[in-house]
Design a protein around this ligand. Structure first.
Ligand code: ADP
Length: 658
């Protein structure tokens, strides 16, 4: 099963990471360019408008001045004549009143002297006059010589403001007869001549040759002079210049809004890209962690010595780890998707295997695990311990079963070996006990045999004597039979005690076993002049135990008790065996009246080969404790209050035989 997450190719990842950043930079550059271009385009179009407006204004002024000059020229002959008609006077006034910029009209004679003026000349001409410009004779001369209107330079007048003049020579059929001079106020010309819309957009000013502003329309200075255009003011010329400065145009809302929304959108894109990047980084970190975790888990599963196997609800194998494959000898490919019967099931134990399988699928797998023998692919048997648990998926659903399997072949072999050795040891110990009691038992057997012999002899003698009393003979034979049964009983007990068989757990009446053991020891105790007294609880429940082993424990304990009482006065040499039920346990107590047990002996009592006796092997109590533990019971001892020792064997009641 492939667990590791695929790595993205290194090149692709570098590009995919760089591409958004690159396109972002490009986008921002383009955005800046667009804003800049829009601005430039805007300024250019403003400038183009300015230029075309300026040209229009220039043409308009020129046209206006030309028209005035023409009208003045037409009025010339009338004015120079001695009598000015009413119509001419009206025309003059009309010229001065209209938006012509003319503030005065002067007419000169041929010599250039003033004939008249409207309005009449006043002091405000003094400055120009002092400069010799009102009407400037030089200008007049020039006009007279070239025969066309000539403009004078601008000059300052009293009361502020600047004027300039146009000298229009007047001809009749008789030739030059004089000139008409139109005096313009620069301020009036600019103010009146330019339409309102023009002055709303632009500030128009007139600069003298030194660059000083001598007239201006609007006193409000423009905020910036970015959009400014300066041109020669000709006519009148003489170094005068017109300067047109655009007021900061109206906010152009639509392009501004457009740009603002583009910038805002750009900002949002940058922000979202940044967020995306952060999220990507977080995701990558999480993926990295997940990959690390997955690899770690895979490494763990691969290096486990425990076999792991997952099955779905139908029993189909969905996962096996390498340890499992090693145990059963089949490859992962051979096992995945297999349905029962599995190839590693042992045909010799197929019934038990199926039973365990059904038990697992029914959800009744024992928590403490099941021992099962399987067969490897190469035919070898393996003993396994299987622990099965429900497989719950991420959504909390029961998806199948997860089994862990331990190869316990070696442990089982070692365990069997140890058990066999233990059994052998126990049997040997029993044989030794028997060996020790052999002479006593032989003597014990001798008694019924001798009795049988003497009864038999007595019977033969009676028959030889011709006694035919049937009843008497019957009585003798019954006695013979009784002695034979006694001998048989002794032999059965010895045989039962030393026989070696497979240990078994069967419902056992402990009292009966004690009676048997006491019977076996009867001769021994008699020989030692000891008494074995029993006080057995006849309501004692049965326990699940092996009778031979329990008898061995009793015999051992009683013999130890008798050994301990070797130096006890004969009348006190009593071994008391009692049974009772206490806290769900069957308790057997063997009490003696010996010297008790020294503390240092007590510490080592159950050690193998520990003995304080000259002939002792020191295995008795060790074996007795093993037997007790094998039956899930305990063997302990305590010092009796009136001296001596009490050994206590406790065996659990209600133990299911297994
Ligand atoms: P063995 O009987 O061969 O010595 P055991 O394992 O049966 O081996 O006993 C070990 C030792 O425990 C004995 O040698 C003895 O010193 C002590 N012991 C056993 N039972 C008693 C008892 N009832 N009273 C005093 N000492 C005892």
């Amino acid at each position: 099963m492939e667990n590791s997450l695929p790595h993205p190719p290194a090149g692709t990842s570098a590009w995919t990471l760089r591409l958004p950043a690159l396109s972002l930079v490009l986008f921002l550059l383009l955005l800046t360019l667009l804003v800049w271009l829009t601005r430039v385009h805007d300024e250019e179009s403003q400038r183009a408008t300015l230029i075309s407006d300026v040209l229009w204004m220039e043409q308009n002024l020129q046209f206006h001045l030309d028209r005035n000059a023409t009208q003045l020229g037409q009025l010339g002959p009338e004015l120079v004549s001695p009598q000015i008609s009413l119509q001419t006077d009206a025309q003059l006034r009309q010229l001065l009143r209209s938006d012509s910029g003319l503030v005065r009209i002067i007419w000169l004679d041929q010599a250039g002297d003033i004939i008249g003026a409207l309005p009449p000349l006043s002091d405000d001409h003094l400055i120009g006059e002092s400069r010799g410009t009102v009407p400037a004779r030089s200008v007049y001369r020039l006009a007279r010589s070239i025969g066309r209107p000539v403009y004078s330079p601008a000059y300052e007048v009293a009361g502020g403001g600047h004027h300039f003049e146009v000298h229009v020579p007047t001809y009749t059929e008789a030739g030059l007869i004089g000139a008409v001079v139109g005096v313009y106020s620069l301020q009036a010309l600019i103010i009146r001549e330019l339409p309102w819309w023009f002055s709303e957009r632009y500030r128009v000013s007139v600069l003298d040759p030194d660059g000083a502003e001598i007239a201006a329309k609007s006193k409000v200075a423009p905020v910036s002079d970015r959009q400014r255009y300066t041109m020669a003011f000709d006519p009148p010329g003489h170094g005068l210049r017109l300067q047109i400065t655009a007021y900061e145009g109206d906010m152009r809302w639509i392009p501004m809004l457009l740009i603002a929304s583009i910038v805002l959108l750009g900002g949002i894109i940058v922000w979202s890209l940044w967020q995306l990047r952060l999220q990507l980084a977080r995701r990558q970190a999480a993926e990295q962690a997940l990959r690390g975790e997955t690899l770690f888990r895979k490494a763990m599963e691969d290096s486990l010595l425990t076999g792991l196997r997952a099955r779905d609800l139908e029993g189909r194998i969905t996962y096996v780890n390498p340890a499992f494959c090693r145990m059963v000898g089949f490859s992962e490919a051979e096992l995945i998707n297999r349905l029962p019967p599995m190839p590693y099931w042992d045909p010799e134990h197929i019934d038990r295997t199926l039973e365990v399988h059904d038990q697992i699928l029914a959800g009744n797998a024992p928590r403490e695990g099941v021992e099962l023998q399987l067969r490897r692919k190469d035919g070898a048997h393996i003993d396994t311990m299987i622990y099965e648990a429900p497989l719950i998926d991420a959504e909390g659903r029961h998806a199948g079963w997860m089994g862990s399997m331990l190869d316990i072949t070696e442990q089982k072999r070692a365990r069997d070996l140890a058990r066999q050795q233990e059994e052998r040891l126990q049997a040997t110990s029993r044989l030794i006990t028997m060996g020790e009691m052999a002479s006593t038992l032989a003597h014990e057997l001798n008694q019924p045999l001798a009795a049988i012999t003497s009864y038999n002899n007595g019977c033969l003698n009676r028959l030889a004597d011709g006694v035919t009393d049937i009843e008497e003979l019957q009585d003798i034979h019954q006695k013979i039979a009784r002695q034979a049964r006694r001998a048989g009983e002794i032999i059965r007990r010895v045989h039962d005690f030393v026989r070696r068989s497979e240990p078994k757990r069967e419902p056992l009446d402990v009292n009966a076993v004690i009676i048997d053991a006491v019977g076996l020891l009867e001769a021994d105790s008699r020989k030692r002049r000891m008494r074995v007294l029993t006080k057995l609880d006849d309501r004692l429940p049965e326990v699940a135990a092996d009778p031979v082993m329990i008898e061995q424990v009793i015999v051992n304990l009683v013999r130890n008790a008798m050994d301990a009482m070797a130096n006890t006065p004969p009348e006190r040499r009593i071994v008391r065996i009692t049974t009772c039920e206490e806290g769900g346990q069957a308790i057997v107590r063997v009490a003696d009246q010996g010297p008790g047990i020294e503390p240092e002996v007590a510490l080592r009592l159950f050690e193998p080969f520990f003995s304080t006796k000259q002939e002792g092997m020191g295995m008795g109590l060790n074996i007795c404790r093993s037997i007790a533990e094998l039956h899930h019971g305990r063997l302990g001892f305590e010092i009796a209050p009136d001296g001596g020792t009490i050994f206590t064997l406790s065996l659990p009641i209600d133990q299911e035989p297994s």
